[in-house]
Design a protein around this ligand. Sequence first.
Ligand code: ATP
Ligand code: MG
Length: 446
Amino acid sequence: MTIRIPQDVLWILNKLNQAGHEAYVVGGCVRDSLMGREPNDWDITTDAEPLQVKGLFRRTIDTGLQHGTVTVMNHGVGYEVTTYRLDGEYDDHRRPDSVTFSKNLADDLMRRDFTINAMAYHPEKGLVDLYGGTEDLEEKRIRAVGDPDARFNEDALRILRAVRFAAQLGFQIEPETREAIRKHVKELSFVSIERIETELTKLICSPHPEEMEELCQLGITSVILPEFDRMMETPQNTPYHYTDVGHHTIAVMQHVSPTKVMRYAALLHDVAKPDCRFTDEQGVDHFYGHPVKGEPMARSVMKRLRLDNKTIDEASLLVRWHDFGLKGDLTEKTFRKGVSKMGLEHFPAYLEIRRADMDGQSDYHKEEKEEGFRRILEMYEKLLEEKPALTIKDLAVNGKDLMEIGIPAGPKLGGTLKALLDLVLEDPARNTREELLREAGQMEIS
Ligand code: ATP
Ligand code: MG
């Protein structure tokens, strides 16, 4: 079997080989190539020591010299070249206390997390697979290298990586590896939140967000996302749903596009349902107010995970608005007001989550729900065509016009503009200069 290695990577391998060193591509790029996937990045493993690597290449970055990693720049792209390495003891369940460089490729493969990530490849010598990585790829298995119990005890981040790879590749975690994960799951609390966020986000944005259930079953969410466990424990005894909040949430995640905003919005859209659940005398559950209550909850979960502010703002806005237009009595006026508050630019994302939310529900009153959704789409199209004023910027007057008729700059001016927007949202036909100046002149705003 041959792996097509990009020219720039071959050039690095050759240069190391010609200087008398061993050098292989290793890890994720070998795995992805064998699976016919495009590798994210090409990593190189070598018996050359970091200073020797630095000596061979003109442009290098000291990425982690003490761990053996030098980044070699080639045509503006960085390639990590890491010296064969044996990890010392792990005292903190995350990083080895010390690493020793080795002259033996087998040592380096042994320290890697999973068999499918522990293969190396050389353009002439071919594949080095010492732990059954190819077989596990065929069987679609995530299996720890060596003794799973020891491997998760060393580094708890591997716990989350196992499920992340299962989700990205559509694989199953092998039973012994699973058992070891269960045993060490509490040690995830030793892992930095940044690393947790990276792995969790990859899982959430993967082709298999349903692996969230695996996170819960293995006890992982109990450490990093207890809010999700509560969703899994919250039944929905209502004909509108066929499953609990957690499984519904997973279905919605599967139905939205795999972007950070959409997937986190889907994950958290019903985060307040466990708190809002109210069972009436007939035994039917209601979840009044959960979108409004859910917004700050979603925000705080995403803040805790240290997601970027843009993702936090957009996803929590979608949590707040995901049920908009659900009631059958939506009029054009309430629609305009809603879109004005939500922000027209967020409407396509709202439509996406609204649609996915419906697709993750039971067929009860399906026709009515579809009709409601069609109505929202119609109103949206009409609005795009007619372009009624939705923000203060769209008004036929601006702050300067109001100052000219004697309204002082400051809160009064802002308040007047807001009041004029309310008028125009009520009746778009009133958005003319004369009308608004006349109204503004009569307004009592303190
Ligand atoms: P991706 O496609 O996400 O880049 P990857 O397998 O390349 O996947 P990286 O995080 O880039 O993952 O790591 C590169 C390689 O380093 C892995 O394939 C694995 O061999 C090794 N590795 C990474 N993290 C660990 C870890 N925590 N424990 C052991 N080995 C690891
Ligand atoms: Mg990688």
